[in-house]
Design a binder for this molecule. Structure first.
Ligand code: SAH
Ligand code: SF4
Length: 423
């Protein structure tokens, strides 16, 4: 197998220029590659099979488990070999264009890829956890009518390196890489390196959970999201439990079973409406995969049980989807499909040009009570980071502001594309 970064990427419904690597300076970015792929890159660079295998194991550990960004810091690789590696390879990170902190402690980063694409990630600290909200695409091909990201044209899918790079960057920013020596990874040039003493520290971290709820529809970038999350879950990599990772989809039904089988993380589904009429309007992918199909795919999702329930996200839109009847129908549907479910009620986060308003607090409370009353958990989410436009559905980086007519035209275009696309 040749070095994978030279192979054009998987193409989902949208064009994915796979790569910016090898970069202009000829070096290959190892970020986002598996151990096997790193081994192939090393072999291509001239290492014999045995050396490539050993080094790939070491380099993998340094990249994903220790967060090292420089070959000079790889203390178990001989000092003479480190400059050679640095000549051939880099360990990139997304470039940070802007970092903002909300008054409630939420942080948002505007990131830029090597080819100049902007995307965002958000970190939400809570008393008992810290959640990183990761983007999967620059923009989105879908056009949920209440979502600011949906008003961007899709620019491209993010690569595995750009997706896992968000998690790595967050760990950099939070200072959460393990310190200390690595059991089983002795220095093969025999020298004791400074700064590599002390104990491995993996607990007490701020970043404990990951949600694929940033920009984009993760199941329209399946392969890259899967490859990135595998690195995040790998015990020799970032080592985060799949139980602490949630993938949110607007309902790409044909890919849901695959996500369960090949990724196996928690599932969140952006349901948002209980009738065809309303869901067709606010989540247009519903015209392609209807509510029944979607709920059946949820019932079939592997690993869903009462301990690992499926989350249904439900944005509260005034006079659109927020009546008591809607709440009762939601309960009926969940029971009909016998789903181990919880419902997250998300107060609508406004953005300039949005055509909806948020339901009143009393309405949301009443909706929540009905669902809770039937034994299904339905907490009301507190919006976080609204002051820095970091709340659900507010992420949008394209500088161009569209007026109402342009927004409507874009919505029509995207819907036509959706209806016309084969899959
Ligand atoms: N594309 C995926 C993941 C991203 S968004 C999906 O649609 O599931 C994370 C959640 O925020 C989704 O449930 C989305 O529908 C919701 N959301 C989008 N815009 C919103 C807004 N303006 N206010 C509140 N929630 C919003
Ligand atoms: Fe895309 Fe999700 Fe926004 Fe819908 S809610 S437009 S799928 S990012």
């Amino acid at each position: 197998m040749r070095c994978p970064m030279q192979i054009p990427g998987h193409i989902d419904p949208v064009v994915t220029p796979r790569s910016v690597t090898p970069r202009e300076d000829g070096r290959v970015d190892l970020m986002g590659l598996t151990k096997l792929q790193i081994r192939d890159c090393l072999a291509e660079a001239g290492l014999d099979a045995k050396a490539a295998k050993l080094r790939s194991k070491q380099i993998f550990h340094w990249i994903y488990h220790r967060g090292v960004t420089d070959f000079a810091g790889m203390t178990d690789i001989s000092k003479t070999q480190r400059p050679f590696l640095a000549e051939k390879f880099v360990l990139g990170r997304p470039q940070v264009v802007e970092a903002q902190v909300s008054e409630d402690g939420t942080r948002k980063w505007l990131l830029r890829s090597d080819d100049g694409q902007d995307y965002e990630m958000v970190f939400i600290p809570d008393a008992d956890r810290g959640t990183l909200c990761v983007s999967s695409q620059v923009g989105c091909t879908l056009n949920c009518r209440f979502c600011h990201t949906g008003t961007m044209r899709l620019v491209r899918n993010l690569t595995p390196g750009e997706i896992v790079g968000q998690v790595m960057l967050a760990r950099d920013a939070l200072g959460e890489w393990p310190k200390g020596n690595m059991a089983g990874f002795g220095d093969d040039d025999g020298a004791e390196d400074e700064g590599d003493v002390g104990n491995y520290r993996s607990d007490g971290r701020m970043l404990t959970n990951i949600v694929m709820m940033g920009m984009g529809e993760p199941l329209y970038n399946f392969d890259n999201v899967r490859d990135a999350l595998k690195l995040v879950m790998d015990p020799e990599g970032l080592s985060l439990s799949k139980r602490r990772i949630t993938l949110s989809t607007s309902g790409v039904v044909p890919t849901m079973a695959k996500a369960g089988a090949e990724i196996g993380v928690n599932l969140a589904v952006s349901l948002h409406a209980v009738t065809k009429e309303v869901r067709d309007e606010i989540v247009p992918i519903n015209r392609k995969y209807g509510i029944e199909e979607l709920l059946q795919a949820c019932a079939d999702y592997p690993g869903a049980n009462n301990a690992r329930r499926i989350t249904f996200e439900y944005v509260m839109l005034k006079d659109k989807n927020d009546s008591d009847d809607d709440a009762r129908e939601l309960v009926r549907l969940i029971k009909q499909y016998d789903l181990p479910a919880k419902v997250n009620l998300i107060p609508f986060n406004p953005w300039p040009g949005a055509i909806y308003e948020c339901s009143t607090p009393e309405r949301i409370r009443s909706f929540s009570n009905i669902v809770f009353g039937e034994g299904i958990s339905a907490p009301i989410r507190t919006p976080r980071g609204r002051d820095i436009d970091a709340a659900c559905g507010q992420l949008k980086t394209a500088a161009k502001k569209m007026n109402r007519a342009e927004l409507d035209r874009l919505a029509d275009e995207k819907s036509a594309q959706l209806e016309g696309s084969a899959d």
